[in-house]
Design a protein around this ligand. Sequence first.
Ligand SMILES: NC(=O)c1ccc[n+]([C@@H]2O[C@H](COP(=O)([O-])OP(=O)(O)OC[C@H]3O[C@@H](n4cnc5c(N)ncnc54)[C@H](OP(=O)(O)O)[C@@H]3O)[C@@H](O)[C@H]2O)c1
Length: 344
Amino acid sequence: MSAIFQKAYAFFSSLPIPRTRIDGWRVLITGANTGLGFEAAKHFARQGASVILACRSRDKALNAKAQIDALLGLAPGIVQVSIVDMESFDSIRDFASSVGPLDGIVLNAGIASGIWNVTGDGWERTLQVNVLGTALLGRLLLSRALERREGAASTGTIPTISIVSSHMYQFAEFERYIKIEGNIVKALNDENSFGMGESDLMTPRRYSMTKLLAIYIARELAALVPKASDGNPMVIVNCVAPGFCHSDLMREFNLPLLGLSKTLFARSTETGARTYFHSIADAGLASHGKYIDNCKIESLPPKIFKTKEAKELQKKVWDDVMEVLEDVAPELKQENADLGSTKI
Ligand SMILES: NC(=O)c1ccc[n+]([C@@H]2O[C@H](COP(=O)([O-])OP(=O)(O)OC[C@H]3O[C@@H](n4cnc5c(N)ncnc54)[C@H](OP(=O)(O)O)[C@@H]3O)[C@@H](O)[C@H]2O)c1
């Protein structure tokens, strides 16, 4: 029931319209051809940034670019299109190596599915797109953001990486994950555990699990960021929840109450995307390692984030994800070891 009240709160909260000018910034958004990513691209471009639409379909991305260019009357090079398939580690690696320095990175691409499907890399699709792919791209792009901070072309801003989560993380089966022995992502990559937990019309469990893991990953990625000489992190890493929005995210679910709750409580994707703009352009240093909901830094529930068990689980998730990703990108092992690790 509390989730319903939270949705109602989100619906009735007004979110700040983007006003900060970010001229000269390079902002990358994954999954920017539709939904929240598309609306966020408009916000960033309107406020002066050049925007990279990082999408899996060139046609969809070009169509999105054409719409944004026409709407805002932009010169051709302001919005760019780049191809990345978050279901493919190779695609993510190729993309990350070619993208160049960045001031803002929104890791938005995500799926929700109740159908067991395995990617070409051998992972359940939701787990790969929302968790492993997001962690790999975030980790690889941290290096691009650090280059931007150090490079001569720097705008003087602190580059920011925002990982998109959801308040649905609260429905993840935290108690169950802390009992998993061995590599947690490998254990979750099992069809027998796909629909695990009691069935619940409102809370697709796997999606919730991926969004909890995304928060853990954001917090651990933040902890890896080295400090500048002023003691502040060289790059800001935060985690953002856009709130319940009218998108096609749940297209693969047949949830009887979804339509009704959307009608009652969902905000537009334009409004939801303001949270992305805020997390990149406005939230600043205070948001490093933090979870941002409704454009405000939110305290996370101690049971899932602050207890000894919770902290151990967060660390285990990161270590287990990195164990998988270091097989895919062996250079990460040394690079992770080289980066600072001041825990948040
Ligand atoms: N909508 C909500 O109520 C809500 C609430 C909280 C959090 N979120 C989060 O917000 C993010 C965006 O969701 P949305 O609501 O805007 O959903 P959406 O309209 O379904 O958009 C999802 C985007 O992700 C892209 N994507 C999916 N798989 C991909 C892959 N393998 N490689 C590259 N791109 C891929 C999609 O591309 P295609 O068009 O090619 O499929 C699309 O551009 C997600 O991370 C979601 O979990 C949404």
